[in-house]
Design a protein around this ligand. Structure first.
Ligand SMILES: C[S@@+](CC[C@H](N)C(=O)[O-])C[C@H]1O[C@@H](n2cnc3c(N)ncnc32)[C@H](O)[C@@H]1O
Length: 234
């Protein structure tokens, strides 16, 4: 017997409790009848609930660990850097709904093919084949966005986020970054790497709110939520 409850604080998010007591986040599918990554789907009262796997999505892992800043409400706009095949981006698409939009930047042509498939079943997801180092290549995005979500595992992750925020994030907007220590420095202690990256973000004008270790779902990662002052310091 499974039990589903609406999250009391985070609009659009639900949780499912399995028989063994484990709870997982769930989103209501915007595209009934289609699977994105083989996720478990539960049909209830005419809607499909997609179980969000924290081993496959760092945003889901951060929610399991109590992420406090949750800006993914209906109608918001998201710039997603490193969308890969659309696993996490598809859950974000569920959350922001038809009135919202998710601009999905990905630079690997192989995964882009899968991402385009997902985007054909979800009108609020826009695939963009581009390198997130070069936001000038996707200036066709016609607006400032409410959220930037970044998961690119690059040595200059913080700099990529800062460059994109300068161009695309609304003042007071929210940014999320999954920082992978080993992509930045293979020999340094992960805790030292994280401190350095956080300092870069603070120096650039972000206020850090959440700082969450993603163990045991993703090792050597922290997940950071931040509010953007709008006054990025060069
Ligand atoms: C860890 S995966 C992202 C997983 C995805 N966020 C999810 O949860 O479904 C990182 C992705 O970022 C992409 N990537 C890395 N560097 C990039 C860059 N500079 N510009 C665009 N995409 C990049 C990689 O090709 C890869 O698909």
């Amino acid at each position: 017997m499974t039990r589903i409850r609406a999250d009391p604080k985070r609009q659009q998010l639900h949780w499912i409790r399995f028989d063994d007591g484990v709870e997982r986040p769930v989103t209501v599918s915007l595209s009934s009848g289609t699977l994105v990554y083989g996720e478990q789907v539960i049909s209830e009262e005419g809607r499909e609930l997609r179980v969000w796997d924290p081993y496959r999505s760092k945003l889901a892992a951060s929610l399991v660990h109590g992420l406090s800043v949750f800006a993914f409400s209906k109608g918001v706009s998201v710039l997603y850097l490193g969308a890969s095949s659309g696993t996490t981006a598809s859950h974000v698409s569920d959350l922001v709904g038809d009135e919202g939009i998710v601009y999905c930047v990905e630079f690997a042509p192989r995964v882009m093919r899968n991402l385009i498939q997902v985007c054909t079943t979800r009108e609020n997801m826009v695939p963009i084949l581009a390198d997130a180092h070069h936001p000038e290549d996707y200036m066709q995005i016609p607006e400032l966005v409410d959220i930037i979500y970044q998961d690119v595992a690059q040595p200059d992750q913080a700099e990529i986020l800062i460059t994109n925020a300068k161009r695309f994030l609304k003042p007071g907007g929210t940014a999320y970054i999954a920082v992978k220590a080993r992509s930045i420095d293979v020999v340094a202690k992960p805790s030292d790497v994280f401190l350095k990256e956080e300092q870069k973000l603070k120096n650039a004008g972000f206020t850090i709110v959440d700082r969450i270790s993603l163990e045991p779902f993703s090792s050597d990662h922290i997940f950071i939520s931040m509010i953007f002052s709008g006054d990025i310091i060069d």
